[in-house]
Design a protein around this ligand. Sequence first.
Ligand SMILES: C[S@@+](CC[C@H](N)C(=O)[O-])C[C@H]1O[C@@H](n2cnc3c(N)ncnc32)[C@H](O)[C@@H]1O
Length: 323
Amino acid sequence: MGQNNNKNIKTNKLMKVIIPPIKSQGIKTKLVPWIKDLVEIANQTGTWIEPFLGTGVVAFNAGYKKAILNDTNPHIINFYKNVQSKSITAALMKQYLEKEGQILSEAENNGYEHYLKIRSRFNSGEFSPYDFIFLSRAGFNGMMRFGSKGNWNIPFCKKPERFAPAYITKIINQVTHVSQVIQSEPDWTFHNTSFANIIPLATENDIIYCDPPYYGRHVDYYNGWTEQDEELLFQLLSETKAKFILSTWHHNDWRENEMIKKYWNKFNIITQDHFYHNGGNIENRRTVVEALVCNFDTGTISQHNHRKKEKPKTEQLTLDWMG
Ligand SMILES: C[S@@+](CC[C@H](N)C(=O)[O-])C[C@H]1O[C@@H](n2cnc3c(N)ncnc32)[C@H](O)[C@@H]1O
């Protein structure tokens, strides 16, 4: 795993990132190379532990043969468990998407009727992992959001030809790539519980990567996040014998993340600007400074270190990311 030569650490900026078939607004694809640099500095030889898996993009690119992966969202876990057991394969996904994509392209109201049919089928309790991918890929703006009863409540992307052959190929390639990375049980295990039951499983040689819902941001059925949650996370990560990396936000154009001052400042913190584009022009560009908090020395990537108790060891640099 990686290399622990802090002076000459190789950057992963140009790495080829494995993209998962599930889409979500909170996906960390753009931050994967930066996270991976830190993972290599941590140089842990044990298990990759990810209590807030989301789409899985970070786990799939972390390079570990053993992993404990968890999310409170049962649909994510169910989908990847099916990929792991080979109940879902690229060939079956292709068959499904070709069939449903064809019906979508011919459905009333520019496809909307068929999207609604799949959405009600899913929300009625069938919870098919295939329908989950359909909704994820045909929903508005690649968003994932569940209403107060745990129902998928994203509207249609309004593209009746959504599942054109090239798009299906892209999705099934993503299924193939993740199925090649996911190891069989017991090397990789998937769980559907609270982070509080997962973090204590970590031992000294393991690495925990946490990407919880951001405090004070949007919440949905699977993404409620209170200050008590943040405090419990802080307590569990403070007690762990493993190394950990936590993703959070540091500040944006208007305010600071108060949880940094309250909890995370006792650890090392590195930050990076991240631009979100809401439309084409420069006025619509928002900057969020993303942070990685960790309980080990960040070596040569300690630029932008916001830890209050020590002076930064190196000159501060800003790395700009185009999102
Ligand atoms: C910000 S997302 C993770 C995104 C992920 N890193 C990615 O790149 O796709 C946070 C995830 O935590 C899950 N979650 C929310 N509360 C949780 C809890 N108490 N325990 C475990 N998972 C939780 C949500 O379902 C969501 O998938």
